[in-house]
Structure formats: structure tokens, C-alpha cells
Design a protein around this ligand. Sequence first.
Ligand code: ADP
Ligand code: MG
Length: 256
Amino acid sequence: MATRILGELSATAAAPETPGPAPVARIRGLTKAFGDRTVLDGIDLDIDRGEFVALLGRSGTGKSTLLRALARLDTTHEGELNVDGDVAVAFQEPRLVPWKRVHANITLGLRRPNPQKAAREALAEVGLTERADAWPLTLSGGEAQRASLARALVREPDLLLLDEPFSALDALTRITIHSLVLELWSRHRPGVLLVTHDVDEALLLADRALVLGSGRIAKEITVDLPRPRRREHPRFAALRAELLTELGVSAEEGFA
Ligand SMILES: Nc1ncnc2c1ncn2[C@@H]1O[C@H](COP(=O)(O)OP(=O)(O)O)[C@@H](O)[C@H]1O
Ligand SMILES: [Mg+2]
């Protein structure tokens, strides 16, 4: 109960007093059904420019469906959905084209002057300069995911959508890629919507964490932890317990 009250207080404290600039993404009443099954049931959500939002939820709650709608990969929904700017997406599988070298994957479909230079710079940013001429199938999981991030970054998105991009990586690679994502985010400042099933990942990375359940945003917390984030921070366990409770997992199970 104490954690719930703290969460509400912090959410209130973080609310802007004067209206800020228009959000990068604005969703109102987003409803999506597959056949007679309603997966998203009137979602309202704003993502501010430069804001990092994590979206949690049990498997099958519609996280990817929401992200696909924002990416315009699926336009068969009801409700209002506005994105002010360019969008880039990275998925759980890096989705690199195997018959094109890494640098050619980065520039694939890219419409901007001097794409080769942009690709080189993006690969340098994710630490993949040495692998620019490699074939995708020779990359490690972490390298392939970094290439996928470079491909998203080179598009200079205003909104970056990440659908469980780290969930197939081993624990150590994940730690490295978390700091890389934070570094890229602080440098380029896109709005980010990160889908994850990992509560700790949400708390380490995001400004705000949402839990999707029964087609709605069932819970929203402001992650009021100082950056760089540490799991040892006294508030971390309280926020983790709050999110796990909403996900229907006890804190003990969550630690297992
Ligand atoms: N193309 C589709 N056709 C029918 N049902 C789908 C389709 N895509 C997703 N679903 C269903 O919608 C629900 C939400 O899916 P999804 O958004 O992928 O969930 P999540 O990403 O949260 O695990 C699931 O029950 C899934 O089976
Ligand atoms: Mg999904």
C-alpha cells in the first residue's frame, strides 16, 4: 500500500504545470480486434518528445499490436493515432537481410544524402565499425542487435519503437546494450516506446512504465529514480514490487 501511495505522489509531482510542446505520439481511443477478440480497448497514451516509456504486460496482452499500430505496420484499428515526425522500429529478431553486408543493411531503403557516410557514422556509434563489411549471419546476437539499432538510428527518428529487442540476449550482453541504448537516447533524444517483459529493464531505462492489461493501460508509474540507475537504490525494490503486483507476479517470484 505504501508503495502505491508513493507511486501516485511521484506521478503527481512530475506532472507539468504548464502545457509543454506537443507530444511526439498521441493516441486516443485506440481499439483493435482480431475477429471477435478485442485486444486493445480504447487506449489513450501520449509520449513526449525525448521521453523514454516502457510498456510491460503479460504475453498476448497486445503490446506488439500497439507498437505495430504506432509504426503504421497495421492500420486496421479504430481511434486516433498521431505521430509527429519519423518513426523507426527495432524488433526482438534483428531482421537483417542475410544476403546484404552489414553496412548495406543499414542503408537499405534510406532516403537521405550520402547514405554511406550516415551508415558508417551509425555503425561507429554502436561500436560496429569493424563489422561493416561482415555478412549478418556471422554476427553474434549482441552485434546483430547493435546493427539493428544502427539501422533505426540512421533514420534519425523522432519516435523509436523497440519491441523486446534485448530479450534474446544473454545477461552480460544485455547490460552492455542497455548502456548503449541510454547513451544513444541521451545523444539523439528520440521519444522511445520500449516493449519489454522485464520489470528491471523498464526501471533501469525508462522515465515512465506502463502495464497493459485487459486492453487498457492498467497501471502507469513515473520512474522517479536518479540516473544512472542502480538496482540497489532503496526505491527500486518498491517500484519493482508495484509493477510485479500489477503483472500478477509476487515480488518473491519476480526475484527468482
Ligand atoms: N495477425 C493476428 N491475427 C489474429 N490474432 C492476432 C494477430 N496478431 C496478434 N494476435 C493476437 O492478439 C493478441 C495480442 O498479441 P500481441 O500484440 O502480439 O501480444 P504481446 O506482444 O503483448 O505478446 C494475442 O492474443 C495474439 O494471439
Ligand atoms: Mg509481442
